[in-house]
Design a protein around this ligand. Structure first.
Ligand SMILES: O=C(O)CCC(=O)C(=O)O
Ligand SMILES: [Fe+2]
Length: 346
């Protein structure tokens, strides 16, 4: 019988000894990483998409100071709090027992959808890393499709005193993304980009997200060590951008009484399945009440050509009929009569 296709299965060998399952992975000798400082990661003010993109290309991450006003941060935290207080310990090992989570923040917090998701830097930087263009023959025509980035998930994480380090991991594993070693950034490699908004100050002591700078350029099987991490320490209201291909994790909280809270929003390709299903169980009135910009970013529009329609119509035709009437309703972003030539660049 034909085996399921896999890009990873031939790279490790599994065996069992005394009831424990092991996977043997070849060791590679890699150069030691260069130390990156918090200053290296932080864009100068005023922050622009170009500055953020440049830093992410190099380090995989980037800090933007004062990303959103304090009132917005306080509203998002207030919206999250009742849910955080209701949450219990994780059933499993991915989170320490002291961590609390709220999923679906773009549904539970309007401020999250209308201020954090729609932030101009999230829009521009996501487009640079995750926007995709494609073209294909249809009869004698070349049709083009532009696929905009879409919401993947938005989760608030509160790490309490006594929590241990979360294991270093890559978040793009959910998309089965397999990495290649790169000497410099290669567009098209990534499936998701995150922005972590500090609802409280985050420090090495209270559990700031730690990440391995440059690991977005690593071969899939390179194993990260704790010596390679840096802590994305943030003041309340700052934001940490990070590609999902970077190794990272929540950190130990060694304080007596500080709670570290961040809301992490991930965007993904418009052609992939979204991590969170926020549609099921959310009253349609909520979506109808959001701005067109927020709806588009939530993925409630089509990715050209055709992906995500409802009754062959863009979801915006249902949710925002008046605004949608003003938009281009074609399922293709461009159409050309194909002309066959020997050298298309001449
Ligand atoms: O809490 C954090 O800082 C990171 C959490 C995280 O990486 C995850 O749950 O995937
Ligand atoms: Fe993660």
């Amino acid at each position: 019988m034909r085996q399921v296709a896999s890009e990873t299965r031939d790279k490790y060998v599994v065996f069992e000894k005394e009831g424990i399952k092991y996977a043997k992975v070849p060791r590679n000798n890699y150069d030691m990483p260069v130390k990156v400082t918090k200053e290296d990661l932080t864009v100068s003010e005023p922050a622009t998409a170009e500055k953020v993109i440049k830093k992410i290309e190099i380090y995989g991450g980037c800090i933007v100071k004062n990303y959103l006003p304090t009132e917005v941060i306080d509203t998002i935290y207030a919206d999250a709090k009742p849910h955080l207080d209701q949450d219990g310990s994780w059933d499993g090992t991915f989170f320490p027992p002291e961590t609390r989570r709220v999923a679906g923040m773009c549904v539970k917090s309007r401020a999250c959808a209308e201020n954090f998701l729609t932030h101009e830097l999230n829009v521009a930087v996501s487009k640079a890393f995750l926007g995709r263009e494609h073209a294909t023959w249809t009869g004698d025509e070349i049709i083009e499709g532009y696929s905009p980035p879409q919401h993947n998930c938005t989760i608030t994480f509160r790490i309490g005193p006594g929590a241990k380090d979360q294991a270093l991991h890559r978040d793009d594993g959910i998309h089965h993304n397999t990495r290649k070693h790169r000497d410099s950034y290669h567009y098209g490699d990534d499936t998701a980009l995150g922005t972590a908004l500090a609802l409280t100050r985050t420090t090495k002591a209270n559990g700031a997200t730690r990440f391995v700078p440059g690991s977005h350029l690593w071969d899939h099987w390179r194993h990260p060590s704790e010596d390679e991490v840096m802590y994305a320490e943030l003041d309340k209201g700052d934001c940490f951008f990070m590609l999902a291909s970077c190794f990272h994790g929540g950190s130990a909280n060694t304080t007596e009484d500080e709670y570290r809270a961040v809301t992490i929003l991930f965007m993904t390709l418009g052609t992939l399945r979204q991590e969170e299903n926020i549609m099921l169980g959310t009253p349609i009135e909520y979506f109808k009440s959001l701005s067109v910009d927020a709806l588009k970013l939530l993925g409630l529009t089509t990715s050209a050509p055709f992906l995500g329609y409802i009754d062959f119509k863009d979801p915006l035709a249902l949710l925002k009929p008046e605004e949608h009437a003003k938009e281009n309703k074609d399922f293709f972003s461009g159409t050309y009569k194909g002309v066959l030539v020997d050298d298309a660049t001449a």
